[in-house]
Design a protein around this ligand. Structure first.
Ligand code: IVH
Length: 716
């Protein structure tokens, strides 16, 4: 379960030490969500919660500018890229859109545009309105009319080359025929998966015992970023064209005409797009689109308004990362009123006890909802915030009439309770303080970092808790972990109950034990000769596994896919990892220092990993797994650059490039970039304003360069 407990204290009245701690937590948290969202297409929180994290970060930084961290999310742009695809640099950056949340915001946008252009009040300023498609943007480059490349947005500056996959999408023409096709024409738009197609795909996944997908957008993203285009081709992806990037000559003078031209070349364009002279017209179209939203076969999350005239657009230009000439008017979260029938308790793989609301089924935005997350006991008690909190000071009781909302794709949340409808004699809800699965004490720990009580209650049963064991197994076989065909959550639960597997290592001895068993798998409920044989083959297919998947699959607390990847890249081999973990057992010494200086790995995750691998049972399951598996090492980047294999730390400000860019450049040359200076540091690059790190490096006699010196060193 993801943690989104955002501080609520007014920054003005906060102590700098607390602010610093919270900013540290926010930096780690947001980075982890970024990795999940962009890197793995598997977010664990809603967009609204994510926005709330960033907003909190911004509010704290505004009050305490001196506490802005080097790794603050406000200092970074966009997403992390994966290694699996070649990169394509966008000749025209792929920007994002500013958001409007109300009619007033839209009116203000129009005023800003007019003011900027000094446009007379009585003169119409046409703008277009069109649905904001909830997919992923794609840039298609055509040269002499032929499709030559397709790139994802990536971080806006550099995207991933997914050309082979894009060619399998039938909405994307392989060549442009028709009038006025410029020599170079980069068409941009949104790749998406229809709601119906998504539902059918999920039904198939379920029938095959595979994990189902969360929502159409992430499925579309995952489908487009397949290494095997045959998989992309098997997913009915679609594409709407709505914008353009690099072009040798812009063939029309307005948005509307450009989109019409796209349609004439064979692209799908959105039929709900219209052009209007004033804000009222835009807002009418917004309402129309909102009304149609649930009956459309694709997800949309708002309406985009764009200045129609391209000359005016050129004058308007950009502010930071968004155009001044466009804005996205977001839909409010969808709400419904229903009854809280019961509160059920789930035990997660790390023992977290999460209350889940069982609701009287109700339709919210076209989806029937019968449960909602309740996060933790503070939330139920009406204390503390959680993204969009239940109204402060109101507790939730079984039998209550509640308002729920769905923001985007995620599980709905309870946002308010109607006290006037509270049944007589209702009592405050109390979360059990013993684990319902194993009877062990369930306690709230004190967070080592913040000194505050954790909002989450945890089962202390650890290894004896069957619920934790099953959840660990479910995680182990999940899609981004071992992803074994035919072994989904359902099968894992059955196998656990039948006593066939108690831990992950047992999966790989299943065939051998089955051969000796009197009650064979093929004779069990839901299995037959073929399916049992298939399952064993699928298990064997996973006896070779990438290092980062292996680490992720172990289900170490605080080690999600992002941290798993960092650990894999840092240690290269599982042997080195285990050695490093053993040597760090005391949370001190060179191995520990090295671990915590790996850029991106926070102390919490490092600690959790060390604890995990030094816990005897975990170690023995890991060893048993390694008897059965080959964990593929992560190749060291080979490079003849003078910085290959060196550990580099950047400090102070850089003037010629952003820190991210500098970091990416260093990594491309085979260097490791660390966040802090230690005995392992080889090179310090210090810009103006460098402070304690520079001092420490000098004390340690570490080679130090300024930005120019560094560029010279790497031959730029
Ligand atoms: S225009 C300069 N039009 O929204 C930005 N974007 O927040 C030009 N999107 O990355 C984008 N539907 O992926 C535009 N009709 C639409 C859109 C749309 C969805 C996405 C796009 C972009 C994001 C910006």
């Amino acid at each position: 379960m993801s943690k989104t407990d955002i501080g609520t204290q007014d920054p003005k009245s906060m102590d700098p030490a607390d602010v610093a701690r919270e900013l540290e937590w926010l930096a780690g948290e947001i980075a982890a969500h970024d990795a999940r969202y962009h890197g793995e297409d598997a977010p664990t929180i809603s967009d609204a919660e994510y926005d709330a994290l960033r907003a909190r970060n911004a509010a704290l930084e505004a009050q305490f500018p001196e506490l802005v961290r080097e790794d603050s999310p406000s200092q970074k742009v966009g997403s992390t890229l994966q290694d699996k695809f070649e990169k394509i640099a966008h000749r025209v950056p792929m920007l994002s859109l500013d958001n409007a949340f109300s009619d007033d915001d839209v009116a203000e946008f129009a005023v800003r545009v007019r003011r900027f252009l000094k446009w007379p009040e009585d003169q119409p300023l046409p703008m277009t309105a069109e649905p904001k498609i909830d997919g992923l943007s794609l840039a298609l480059r055509y040269e002499a009319g032929a499709l030559v490349s397709a790139a994802t947005r990536g971080d806006g500056a550099v995207g991933e080359n997914v050309t082979a996959n894009a060619r399998t999408i039938s909405d994307i023409p392989q060549s442009l025929n028709g009038k006025d096709v410029p020599d170079v024409m980069e068409v941009r738009g949104e790749v998406y998966l229809g709601k119906q197609d998504f539902a059918e795909l999920n039904a198939r996944m379920e029938a095959q015992g595979k994990a189902t997908y969360v929502n159409p957008r992430n499925t579309a993203a995952g489908s487009l970023r397949q290494l095997d285009s045959a998989i992309t081709a098997s997913r009915p992806l679609r594409f709407f064209a709505y914008a353009w990037g690099d072009v040798s000559a812009v063939p029309r003078t307005s948005q509307m005409e450009m989109v019409d031209l796209f349609a004439s070349w064979g692209f799908s364009v959105n039929p709900l797009m219209g052009r209007f002279d004033d804000v009222d017209g835009l807002l009418d179209r917004y309402r129309l689109i909102e009304e149609k939203r649930s009956s459309l076969d694709y997800d949309i999350d708002g309406v985009v308004y764009k200045v129609d005239n391209l000359e005016l657009r050129a004058r308007l230009g950009f502010v930071s990362r968004s155009p001044r000439w466009a804005i996205a008017h977001k839909f409010p979260a969808e709400k419904a009123v229903t009854k809280l029938l019961d509160i059920e308790i789930q035990v997660g793989r790390t023992g977290a006890i999460s209350p889940v609301a069982r609701l009287e089924p109700v339709t919210v935005g076209g989806v029937v909802v019968s449960n909602a997350t309740l996060h933790n006991e503070d939330y139920i008690a009406g204390i503390g915030s959680h993204g969009a909190p239940i109204r402060e000071g109101r507790d939730l009781r079984i039998g209550d009439t509640v308002t729920i909302f769905r923001a985007g794709d995620v599980i709905p949340k309870v946002m308010d309770v109607d006290l006037s409808k509270r049944p007589e004699g209702s009592v405050p809800y109390k979360l059990p303080d013993i684990c319902p699965a194993c009877g062990s004490a369930a306690v709230r720990e004190i967070n080592e970092k913040t000194g505050r009580m954790d909002s989450v209650r945890r089962c202390t049963g650890g290894l004896v808790c069957p619920a934790q064991a099953v959840e660990k197994l479910k995680h182990f076989v999940s899609r981004n972990a071992f992803d074994i065909d035919g072994l989904g959550s359902k099968q894992v639960v059955a196998f656990y109950e039948w006593g066939l597997i108690a831990n992950a290592a047992d999966i790989f001895t299943l065939r051998e034990r089955d051969a000796r068993s009197l009650k064979k798998l093929k004779n069990r409920d839901g299995f037959g000769e073929t399916s049992a044989a298939k399952l064993f083959t699928a298990i064997d297919a996973r006896r070779e596994i990438e290092f980062q998947r292996f680490i992720f699959a172990l289900g170490i607390r605080h080690v999600g896919e992002g941290n798993a990847k960092l650990l894999a890249r840092h240690f290269h081999t599982v042997e080195a990892l285990l050695e490093g973990m053993t040597a760090s057992a005391e949370f001190a010494g060179p191995a520990w220092e090295e671990l915590v200086s790996v850029d991106g790995i926070g102390e919490t995750a490092a600690r959790a990993a060390v604890q995990f691998f030094n816990e005897p049972h975990n170690r023995s399951v890991t060893d048993a797994l390694l008897q059965q598996l080959t964990v593929l090492p992560v190749e060291e980047v080979k490079s003849d650059s003078p910085v290959a294999g060196k550990t580099v730390v950047f400090t102070g400000s850089l003037e010629r490039m952003t820190r991210d860019e500098a970091k990416a450049m260093a990594e491309r040359l085979g260097a490791k970039v660390a966040g802090s200076v230690s005995g392992k540091t080889d090179i310090l690059v210090a810009g103006p304003g460098a402070g304690s790190k520079l001092k420490k490096a000098q004390e340690l006699g570490i080679e130090t360069f300024d930005e120019d010196g560094w560029l010279q060193l790497i031959g730029k």
